[in-house]
Design a protein around this ligand. Structure first.
Ligand SMILES: NC(=O)c1ccc[n+]([C@@H]2O[C@H](COP(=O)([O-])OP(=O)(O)OC[C@H]3O[C@@H](n4cnc5c(N)ncnc54)[C@H](O)[C@@H]3O)[C@@H](O)[C@H]2O)c1
Length: 321
């Protein structure tokens, strides 16, 4: 099969390319390297089953020819990361809404199956767990820019479902929860690479807020396997599906674990949100997925233990520094 991976030079995308190639698939990547890195895919260059195109998904002509040539699109390209979205509000909305619209329109024109990456941010400010795909969504006001990421991905979900309902487009949407592992950059506010790099340098580990906010973390290897299985699953079409680990941990406990695994002398300090993100920032205090739907569709749920993921990621960053 010929698979177009948008955002394939990014963290999840590059691992997905490795996985797809290992399964004997042909892979094309379009990525403008806005947050991705050529180094993530450099090892695939020269493989006859792989091609990389450095361009934006907003280039309709380029997208037209790529989508015409492929069998399936896995659409990952997006403005990602709370810090990145707050610092680049307009371009983030444009990439996430217009870019996805272009991908969907062309997928429909050439009748190609498409999988769309969404996010657990879409759930908003829930306190209950686990989060189910048909839960109500709770956001703050538009003056709080953080919600623009959730809202833009939500528009992607609506548009994808509308194409499915009105045009019978073969589309599935997966909501990733915090995915971590080697190649993830700490540059755009992702907590695990940031903590690990601080720990390895024995610098203060900076917990934003009071550290009581909780998350679950998912190993990239589980995520790419789930995406591949969903791609092959006809019952997933027209559905929204969570992909996430289920081991809940507070961010202050995460800092302690990383410090211990890295054998670090770092002190753990707490920094008010306002100092990091400016006024009007709101965080999500809890985010735990239900994996019921994923399991019923593909018989698989992410289950790599958090300590194992952290050990592998610390090892990766140690060899990088
Ligand atoms: N990593 C996570 O924890 C997580 C959680 C929820 C959802 N997601 C979703 O998964 C997808 C991949 O995220 P990631 O963590 O790998 O982030 P990433 O930033 O590493 O990957 C995104 C890629 O898209 C590329 N890109 C951005 N705008 C582009 C454009 N206009 N044209 C072409 N390429 C463009 C970037 O250069 C980057 O390589 C995103 O859609 C994201 O919303 C990720």
């Amino acid at each position: 099969m010929n698979i177009l991976v948008t955002g394939g030079a990014g963290f999840i995308g590059s691992h997905l390319c490795d996985y797809l190639i290992s399964k004997g698939e042909y892979v094309s990547v379009i990525d403008d390297l806005s947050t991705g890195f050529f180094e993530n895919i450099v090892h695939l260059q020269g493989d006859p089953r792989f091609q990389y195109i450095n361009d934006t998904i907003l280039n309709k002509d380029r997208m037209d020819s790529l989508i015409q040539q492929c069998d399936v699109i896995i659409h990952l390209a997006a403005a990602v990361g709370v810090k990145y979205v707050i610092e680049n509000p307009l371009s983030s909305i444009e990439t996430n809404i217009c870019g996805t619209e272009i991908a969907l329109k062309l997928a429909n024109r050439y009748k190609k199956k498409i999988l769309i990456a969404s996010t657990s941010e879409v759930y908003g400010k829930h306190m209950h767990a686990p989060l189910k795909e048909d839960d109500n969504l709770i956001y703050g006001p538009p003056s709080t820019m953080r919600w623009s990421y959730a809202a833009s991905k939500l528009i992607d979900e609506f548009t994808a479902l509308a194409y499915h309902r009105t045009k019978k487009l073969k589309v599935a949407i997966f909501r990733c929860f915090n995915t971590i592992g080697p190649r993830q950059t700490g540059l755009y506010g992702m907590v695990v690479p940031r903590f690990i790099q601080q720990a390895l340098r024995d610098e203060p580990i900076t917990v934003f807020g009071d550290g009581r906010q909780t998350r679950t973390f998912t190993y990239f290897g589980d995520v790419v396997e789930a995406i591949y299985r969903l791609m092959k699953c006809e019952e997933a079409l027209g559905k929204i599906i969570n992909i996430g680990g289920t081991e809940e941990i507070s961010i202050s406990e995460l800092a302690e674990r990383i410090k211990s695994i890295a054998g670090s002398k770092s002190e753990i300090i707490y920094v008010p949100y306002e100092q990091v993100y400016g006024k009007d920032f709101e965080d999500m205090m809890r985010r735990v997925p239900s994996s019921e739907k994923l399991n019923s569709l593909i018989g698989f749920v992410p289950q790599t233990p958090l300590d194992t993921i952290l050990e592998k990621t610390v090892e990766y960053f140690s060899s990088e520094t």
